[in-house]
Design a binder for this molecule. Structure first.
Ligand code: ZN
Length: 218
């Protein structure tokens, strides 16, 4: 999980969110004149496009690239079943992979909120030791367990991802030229840019690796 920044609210929401909210709340309280489709209006392609852009096409929770494997779900950070008022609220929408979305389901406890990657700084709550997430805070721990951030297939994908960096690691370890080492590190850091899959894990990995290399090389 990495810190995300909201883009501007899509026009379709700016224009309709208030009206949709009123209709949805009426529907939820039994108004039969409102079509049940009202509850899906947030999944407009304009909204989806903006969410794909701001999440870099990754799940907001596990950072898996989701667009090539699945369509990706529009996710309500606070569940619409519990907080229907926020069903169409731009700040409450993000993109999640189907597994994280399903794991998180309708969890809501106002006194024990999960980490919100827009409102919170995820690095203050969790870090990576190799392919595994470790926790710095109880909220981080709660979030990780609820979403199951160390689930088997995710750890396997992260392990493969780290393995793909072996070439860089070997080159850096074997070089005796400080200038070359710096250039290789610059290249390695590109693999941890915000748009890359599992960027938080790769950043944490590079930080540890860099401190080891600098200890060895003085
Ligand atoms: Zn996910």
């Amino acid at each position: 999980m990495i810190k995300l920044t909201k883009l501007n609210e899509p026009g379709i929401l700016e224009e309709n969110a208030e009206n949709w909210k009123s209709l949805y709340l009426a529907y939820k309280t039994g108004d039969k004149s409102v079509s049940k489709n009202i509850g899906t209006k947030y999944s407009h392609k304009e909204v989806k496009t903006a969410l794909i852009k701001e999440t870099h096409g990754k799940c907001a929770y596990c950072e898996s690239k989701i667009l090539h494997t699945s369509f990706g779900d529009i996710e309500h950070i606070l569940p619409k079943s519990e907080i229907p008022e926020k069903c169409f609220e731009w700040s409450n929408l993000t993109l999640a992979c189907p597994v994280c979305n399903n794991r998180k389901r309708d969890y809501y406890d106002n006194n024990n909120l999960l980490i919100d990657p827009y409102e919170d700084e995820p690095s203050a709550h969790l870090f990576f030791a190799g392919p595994l997430v470790s926790y710095i805070s109880e909220r981080g721990n709660l979030t990780g367990l609820k979403i199951d951030l160390n689930r088997t297939e995710l750890v396997e994908n992260r392990t493969k991802h780290l393995k793909s960096l072996d070439g860089f690691i070997m080159q850096i370890q074997n070089t005796t030229l400080p200038e070359l080492r710096t250039a290789l590190f610059d290249d390695l850091r590109k693999t941890a840019s915000i748009s890359e899959e599992y960027s938080k894990m790769v950043r944490d990995f590079i930080e540890v690796f860099e401190s080891k290399v600098s200890t060895v090389n003085g």
